[in-house]
Design a binder for this molecule. Structure first.
Ligand SMILES: [Zn+2]
Length: 240
């Protein structure tokens, strides 16, 4: 390693320590819409976001946004046969008690009820009522994945999709020259992401045949429940 490289590493380490020793920001009282807790949230999530995690039920912003949507439309999952890709614990705990059949699915063995490749799903056509697909599409060939979700859903079935997205970008950022984990983290925000979505996510979902609507929390809900401003659920419906 060069001397200049050591110098910059030391500067970064120093800045990190200084940030850690700085007093914590004033915490605001929030209301957890998952468990009913009232009070300040703690740090959590990737990069330890301040005020991300409910200290009682351990929900993070993504879970609370999903619960907000679910409370507005419980009939979408109640008594349904639901498939949950790359199942995160928080969402699983919200979904499982409501549904007729819950199945988690992951491409890696041992992580969920089913081992499934979202680009080539080993399930019959029109066999699932609803699919939950939170922060999965940015890892995969989304054209194939969306076509597969469309195929396995019953007519009228719903795919609930969330991704990292910059809606101000007309076109998703994809770059075939970016292949190494280090470069992917730099360009797409995480070592195993293969794109960063822009506003054309809507067209991509539409191109698979879905009718799209969205759910975004109001400013008051963002403040009250400690959500991420603008975080959106994309609700993709297979037409009847
Ligand atoms: Zn809670």
């Amino acid at each position: 390693m060069t001397r200049a490289s050591w110098y910059w590493r030391a500067r970064v380490a120093g800045a990190y320590l200084a940030a850690r020793l700085r007093p914590l920001p004033t915490l605001t009282d929030r209301s957890c819409n998952v468990c009913g807790y009232e009070g300040p949230f703690g740090p959590g999530g990737k990069g330890m976001r301040n005020e991300a995690r409910c200290p009682r039920c351990r929900s993070v912003e993504r879970d609370r946004l999903f619960k907000l949507w679910l409370d507005s439309a419980p009939q979408e999952l109640e008594n349904k046969d639901v498939l949950h890709f790359a199942p995160e614990r928080g969402l699983m705990q919200l979904i499982r008690p409501l549904v007729r059949r819950y199945r988690g699915a992951d491409i890696a063995p041992g992580r969920a009820d089913l081992v499934l490749n979202i680009e080539q799903i080993a399930l019959a056509p029109a066999s699932v009522d609803a699919v939950i697909c939170a922060h999965v599409l940015e890892h995969v060939d989304d054209r194939r994945a969306l076509a597969e979700l469309f195929r396995i859903l019953v007519p009228g079935g719903l795919a609930v999709i969330s991704v990292p997205i910059i809606e101000g970008w007309a076109t998703s950022y994809e770059n075939p020259a970016v292949v190494s984990p280090k470069e992917r983290a730099l360009h797409f925000g995480q070592w195993d992401h293969i794109r960063y979505y822009g506003a054309d996510l809507r067209a991509r979902i539409g191109a698979a045949g879905f009718c799209l609507s969205t759910f975004t929390a109001s400013p008051a809900e963002v403040v009250r429940h400690g959500l991420i401003r603008g975080d959106t659920l994309f609700l993709a419906r297979k037409p009847n």
